[in-house]
Design a protein around this ligand. Sequence first.
Ligand code: NCD
Ligand code: ZN
Length: 345
Amino acid sequence: MSQPLTMIRPDDWHLHLRDGPVLTTTVGHSAKQFARAIIMPNLKKPVTTTELAMAYRDRILAAIPDGLAFSPLMTLYLTDDTSIEEIKRAGNSKHIVALKLYPAGATTNSSSGVSDIECTYSILEEMIEFNMPLLIHGEVTDPSIDIFDREKIFIERHLEPLTRRYPELKIVLEHITTHDAVAYVEEGNSTLAATITPHHLLLNRNAMLVGGIHPHHYCLPVLKRERHRQALVKAATGGNPRFFLGTDSAPHEIASKESGCGCAGIYSAHAALELYTEIFEAAVASFHGADFYGLPRNKETISLVKRPWVSPESYQFGEEGTVRPFRAGEALDWTLYANLHRTIQ
Ligand code: NCD
Ligand code: ZN
């Protein structure tokens, strides 16, 4: 067995756990891998208030397997109707750490999202008072814009004016996919950061479209050209503290993915660190995310070993459903120590 790779246990700065019985699977997987995670609020009934977020947090805590420590960092879903009072409540709660901005209609469960960013200015000003970050799904919804260009155009049309107007607002551009986003964040000031997913580091759009349509590689923002993937790898491994890990693990019931109109989202929580380690081979963990959010750095360590295992074809997802994970039925090179029992010999 090769030398194990030991690192400080990382955090996932962008995660979809969903709700209800599926929490057993999703929380179980993430709690094994990560110390903390930023929990996305795009439930079917979006998490728009502190009260809803606290109730959701309780359901997540109840699903943490015995013996594992995992802290869900809650977010609120920004809508056209979010009030200043709600921001004050969230800002005063130690469990709500950020607000999420979905342009209305941009992705899964985003229909209650923001229709015009300019209408949220008073909310953003209140968030600055509490030093709460704004997490952005950075894609335009303009039907005339090609889906492969939606991130780049979002930066030009919306992010640039926003960062100019509010340089002190902490912004995380979520799950970036293009060299344009990498360049924009690199040139930005210390209040602008970005998360990068394992699938955008490992795959380009061929993985979705060559040899047939591969619905399990469909996510939003959609996979891009190889040169964009290479820019992401460079950013993720380059040491800039404003790029950090966010899986965007986003499970959907298998039938909703393998469909005439399949849902966007890739489930990677079962093997997130093993997948990132393929890219990094070292130094997956970093303190970049914790430092940006102003949270303490983790102290506990976690180890991986270079030993292959085959990812299951599916996991149980709720009482009757199944979810097909990233790399289903395929070998992964790295194994978490905690999962050594599943290694093929
Ligand atoms: C996410 C989901 O399914 O909730 N889907 C995805 O493709 N990433 C939503 C999102 O983060 O866009
Ligand atoms: Zn997401």
